[in-house]
Write a protein that binds this ligand. Structure first.
Ligand code: SF4
Length: 409
């Protein structure tokens, strides 16, 4: 069926619902052809283990694209199919994967945000279509687009929106939201902006347990306000005053954080409030665990796999992907772990180029691949498509002289 704007359903607030059966059916084939993998499906059907001539590759039980990312990609492809005579824009990266973002560019969708921006929000017109990525966007940007009157295709994940609900509630109840996340991450910026909607809320973003301990010390004993504000520059709301705005706090988190660390942040802040106020601290403290189901499942599946004997682990995904970085972090605590963007990084049996989480750049390691028999684990973050996982699996066998034909026979 030819796609037209009539195929999609217009909604209130400038948003357009593209998830009609007719539109979705039309995009499925295209999405599948870009990201599907026969090898990954076979491997999954075989229980996640593929062995050939002394080389064993194990795939985690849960890996790769999550429901939120699948939905965002479907909607972006649907927008390109339906709005063929409109200018199409997106607010930054649809997800944190360079290969997927390149495909989005190929569809003719131009970026409005960041250093790779191809246009500005103020250049939009009412005839344009703007895609909001899975991480969501901040309130000010969204309001400006509504004011201009552009059509909005909102792919914000429901799990992200449920964090916004908590943060808005905190603001209503005069509680400062302490957000465990990365202040520069799109999702956290979008979440933080929700704390300000009522005009009376505040937020503070903490990333590490060191940050948390610093905040906890201030909660317990007060301290040097200027030093506090300097340390957290760029990570708190305008007008935030630690002497005033740490009296009542609600802890939330970016959806893709490491579960154990987020629980520790919650526990430490609760302990500091209780110590300061006495009693159970409930009047001045609340928390909501907002790690999403997909992040949790991928971390749980990797934890199970890490208990099995393996020589090394490959983690595939975008280097700026939060949930993928946490999988790599989990792996490197147990065994040699290589975080790669795609199979091209598996250069030879002797050389691998991979992302170093600590140096925050790619590095090259030599003599990384043991001789047979060898068992290699593989997993991927929520923004990594199956075709990239397939490339990595095939390359691991190829480095041992085992071609695709032999592998799948
Ligand atoms: S990682 Fe979680 S919050 Fe992010 S898009 Fe996927 S399901 Fe949604």
């Amino acid at each position: 069926m030819a796609m037209t704007e009539q195929t999609a359903a217009p909604q209130k607030n400038g948003r357009v619902n593209l998830r009609t059966p007719a539109v979705m059916e039309a995009v499925q084939a295209q999405v599948q052809s870009h990201y599907r993998s026969e090898v990954v499906e076979k491997l999954r059907a075989a229980g996640g283990t593929l062995s050939k001539a002394g080389v064993t590759v194990k795939l985690a039980k849960q890996f790769g694209f999550c429901y939120g990312v699948e939905r965002a990609i479907d909607l972006a492809y649907a927008a390109a199919k339906v709005f063929t005579d409109r200018r199409l824009f997106i607010l930054g990266e649809i997800i944190h994967n360079p290969e997927v973002n390149e495909q989005i560019r190929v569809l003719g969708i131009k970026n409005l945000i960041g250093k790779n921006a191809e246009a500005r929000v103020d250049d939009l017109t009412a005839a344009d279509v703007v895609i909001v990525p899975a991480f969501g966007t901040d309130v000010t940007t969204l309001e400006r687009i509504k004011e201009i009157g552009s059509n909005i295709v909102d792919t914000t994940c429901g799990d992200v929106m449920s964090v916004w609900k908590r943060v808005r509630q905190n603001a209503q109840d005069d509680m400062t939201s302490i957000i465990h996340g990365k202040a520069s991450h799109e999702e956290t910026k979008a979440t933080a902006s929700r704390a300000m909607v009522s005009g009376k809320g505040h937020y503070l973003v903490v990333l590490t347990l060191d940050d948390t301990d610093y905040v906890c010390d201030f909660i317990r004993r007060g301290g040097d306000k200027e030093a506090f504000l300097e340390r957290f520059r760029g990570a708190y709301s305008e007008g935030f005053d630690p002497d005033i705005h740490l009296r009542r706090v609600g802890v939330a988190n970016q959806t893709t954080m490491m579960r154990g660390e987020t629980e520790e942040v919650q526990r430490r802040i609760m302990a500091a409030i209780r110590e300061r106020d006495g009693g159970d601290g409930k009047a001045n403290y609340r928390f909501f665990d907002t790690i999403c189901g997909a992040t949790q499942e991928r971390q749980d599946a990797l934890r199970v796999m890490l208990d099995e004997p393996m020589d090394l682990l490959i983690v595939a995904g975008g280097y700026n992907s939060s949930n993928t970085s946490h999988l790599a972090e989990m792996g490197e605590q147990k065994l040699p772990t290589y975080f790669i963007r795609n199979a091209s990084r598996l250069e030879s049996r002797d050389r691998i180029t991979h992302y170093d989480l600590h140096a925050k750049r790619e590095i090259t390691t030599t003599n990384w691949l043991p001789h047979r028999p060898v068992t290699i684990g593989i997993t991927a973050g929520a923004s990594c498509p199956n075709n990239l996982i397939e490339d990595a699996i095939l390359r691991l066998f190829e480095l041992h002289g085992i071609g695709r034909g032999e592998l799948l026979e």
